[in-house]
Structure formats: C-alpha cells, structure tokens
Design a protein around this ligand. Structure first.
Ligand code: ATP
Ligand code: MG
Length: 414
C-alpha cells in the first residue's frame, strides 16, 4: 500500500485546540508545514459541552495550520479523545489452528482478534483493540506468532471503549470543518507515541498526561499498552483552588500559578513575598509565596494519590521498573518532579514531545505531546481508516481491524 504523504493532527483539549499539518519528506522524515494553537472553548474535562464553540475553535486552529499550505490542504485527520466515558479492559481469546494447516497465518490472527471484540451495547463504541501478546500451545510472551507451528493460539488484547454519542460528537466537530476523521486515538496513547522510549515500554512504565481538565494514564508492560484510564482532574483544578484561596479571578490566577506557583512550598524561601496586583477595586498587596503555593501542593498531592489508585486498580502492587513519566501542560508545574519523587520514589521523568526532527519551538513543550503523538500514530497506523460510527460496532485507530463487527463476548481478565 502506498504511504500517505500528508498527516494532520487535531488535538481538542480542555485548554487548547492544536492542529498540526505535516508531510513526509524524501528521506521518509516528517516535516511540520503548519501549526494552529487556539484557546479551547466549549470543552469540559475532555468532553464536548458546547458543540458550536468547539467547532469554531477547531475551525480557527485548522485554518491557522493550513495558512501556508493553501487550498487543497489534506483533510484526513487524526484526533485524540479523552474523558471519563472511556473504559478499558484486557481480553483473552483462543482459536484452534486446524491440524492440517499447522503454521499460524496472518488470517488466523485476524480471526482471533476479531473474536477479541467485547460485546458492547448500542451506546458504546470500541476505540482500540491492541494485541498485548500471544500464547502458542501454552508458550507465552510471543509477540508475532505468524509462521510458527502451533495448534492452540491465544491472544491477550487491550480494549478501549467509549460512549458512542460522545465519540460521534468529536466526528461531527471535525466533519463540520470540511475534514474527515482518519482515526480517533486515546489521548494517553497519542502522548505515549511522542514521549516513551522503547526501553521504558519494555521495562514497564506509567505515563500520566496532566492536561487542563483530565489526567490521562496508560501503563505499558513488555512493550505494549496494558492498562489505560482517565482521571477527571487536571491543571485547571489547581488554578481554581488557587483562585478560591486568593479570591482572585481565574485569568489572573492562571498567570500567578505559572509565574510563582510550586507544588513544593518547602522549596520556596520562607521569606519570599509576591505582589498580588490590584483587581476589581482591590488594592495590590503582598503575600508569602509559600502560602500561595499551599493549595497547589494539596491538589497535586491528591492527583498523585489518584494516579496511585489507578495503578493499584490496574492490578499492579507497585510502580513498574521505568517508574512514571509525566507530560501534558500540567507536568510543567514547578516542583512536580520533586513532589512525585518524594511521594512515590522510583524514577520520575518530565517528558517533552520527541520523534519529529525540526519540530517548531512552539510545539516543544509537554502540552503538545498528544498532538505530536497523533502524527506519529498516523505514520505507524497509516492506511487503517476508521469505519463509520454505526451504533457501537465499529473500531477505529487500531491495527488493521476495519470490519468492526466482532460480536463474540470476550472474557475480561481484569
Ligand atoms: N508552565 C506551566 N506551569 C504550570 N502549569 C502549566 C504550565 N503550562 C501549562 N500549564 C497548565 O497545563 C494545563 C493545560 O495543559 P494542556 O495544554 O496539556 O491541556 P489540554 O490538552 O488542553 O487539556 P486536556 O488534555 O485535559 O483536555 C493548564 O491547567 C495550565 O495551567
Ligand atoms: Mg491534552
């Protein structure tokens, strides 16, 4: 199959909408052609609340990204999804290889994966079915059994599902902008593409993308996504807490959070004072910076505890060997590495998006990991277009499952 030449990512976040257009160069490298970053409107914790506002934000962002490309700009889009409507589970499915066949074929694996589709109701949509590993005649840990001789083949797969209506609204937003959805990708999986090294995935790692409205988690083990979850808390919660504590308006509080905030008040000099500017008739006044940092510390600590809870819910008793990787705008919070290190121990890393040489400086921030990751996902999974949303039976953005009609009930292993 011919490789796509153009890739477009649209990351619709709670805080910002990012569109990136890129093309594959002669050496196979990805070159960014245009970027559009606009303040998000109409989103609440990763969910579309006001569809007209979101359409408008996406329109502005896409227009900005297309500005230097002109008419005829490619319109197939990779977009991210998040929100607490998403759920995940791991499934196991077994198939008998007929005695007279012997060698395991791609066709047999396709049949096996089709069987891995969970039996979702009409309100649910399967987003991803990602094979974690295969067992052949009781031998485990096989990544690609094609060509092996075997009678009994089993696959374990990570399955992600979401609310069909919520997902359909994302499609509507993209299509309202004369574009089409090539694939919807779980936010955390998109971020992982741009941040996690091969070693981290192999050793086992927790990735947490701390966005504005949500924290998106994915755990990799033995190279594959093994658990995913969404926590409805992000950086905007820190801003709101600070705004309540200081009685300052949100726009002003956001600036103060970034300028003076730290989630490790102990690391701030005890005598350091900051000046809160005058607002709404209130005179300017000074405040201990440590006091300003207290509510940020409290909320971030709570978020770390929620991440730990998710790791426990995954079935792990402790953090995997490669520890935790933090990305998303919220990962830029001053003192975060130290606080996570102090609370959890183990390895902690703040990740910036990688994988595209010559990435514009504007995008070289943790907040853009998901948008950059969408492009990388696109390259890896190009040609695997989504099937239409048809009442919870289709599958998008996974390896090569386009038929989307798996109805067999799979056994949840968790
Ligand atoms: N330098 C910084 N220090 C502290 N916080 C920051 C910094 N830069 C951005 N943030 C915070 O990051 C959050 C936004 O992150 P991001 O841009 O990843 O969100 P989003 O992708 O729009 O939202 P979501 O993924 O939750 O839908 C905001 O709460 C913002 O205050
Ligand atoms: Mg985000």
């Amino acid at each position: 199959m011919a490789r796509d030449t153009f890739y477009t990512a649209v990351d619709i976040g709670t805080d910002k909408v990012t569109s990136i257009m890129a093309r594959v160069g002669t050496e196979g490298e990805l070159k960014v052609l245009g970027t559009g970053v606009v303040t998000s409107q109409g989103m609440q914790k990763g969910r579309i609340e006001n569809i007209d506002e979101v359409k408008e934000a996406v329109r502005t962002s896409l227009e900005e990204a297309q500005r230097y490309i002109g008419t005829g700009a490619p319109t197939g889009v990779y977009t991210s999804v998040t929100g607490t409507h998403l759920s995940s589970l791991n499934t196991k499915e077994v198939v008998d290889n007929p005695d007279d066949v012997g060698d395991i074929t791609k066709k047999l694996l396709d049949r096996l994966l089709r069987g891995s589709f969970p039996d979702v109701g009409p309100n649910q949509e399967v987003l991803h079915v990602i094979p974690i590993g295969y067992h052949v005649d009781g031998m485990s840990g096989i990544r690609n059994p094609v060509g092996l001789h075997g009678n009994l083949v089993e696959v374990e797969a990570h399955v992600v599902m979401g609310d069909a209506v919520v997902l359909k609204n994302t499609v509507k937003v993209i299509e309202a902008n004369k574009a089409s959805v090539k694939s919807m990708v779980l936010h955390s999986l998109a971020s992982a593409e741009a941040t996690l090294s091969g070693d981290e995935r192999e050793l086992g790692v927790v990735l947490a993308d701390i966005g504005g409205g949500t924290t998106d988690i994915v755990i990799y083990r033995q190279g594959q996504p093994w658990y995913s979850a969404v926590i409805p808390v992000g950086g905007s919660q820190l801003t709101r807490d600070l705004s309540v504590a200081l009685k300052t308006p949100l726009y002003m509080t956001e600036e103060m959070k970034i300028k003076w905030g730290s989630v490790m008040p102990d690391m701030v000099a005890a005598d350091e004072e900051v000046v809160i500017p005058s607002f709404q008739g209130q005179p300017k006044h000074s405040l201990s910076r440590r006091i300003l940092c207290e509510p940020l510390h409290e909320r971030m600590l709570e978020l770390i505890k929620l991440i730990v809870l998710k790791v426990r819910q995954s079935g792990l008793r402790e953090f995997p060997t490669a520890g935790i990787v933090l990305t998303g705008g919220g990962a830029e919070m001053t003192g975060l590495t130290e606080l996570v290190q102090k609370t959890l121990g183990g390895q902690v890393r703040i990740a910036y998006p990688e994988g595209i040489a010559g990435l514009p400086a504007q995008l070289r921030k943790p907040a853009f990991s998901a948008a950059v990751g969408l492009l990388l996902w696109g390259i890896k999974h190009q040609g695997e277009t989504r099937s239409s949303l048809n009442g919870g039976r289709s599958i998008m953005g996974s390896k090569s499952w386009r038929w989307g009609l798996g109805r067999k009930k799979a056994a949840a292993v968790r």
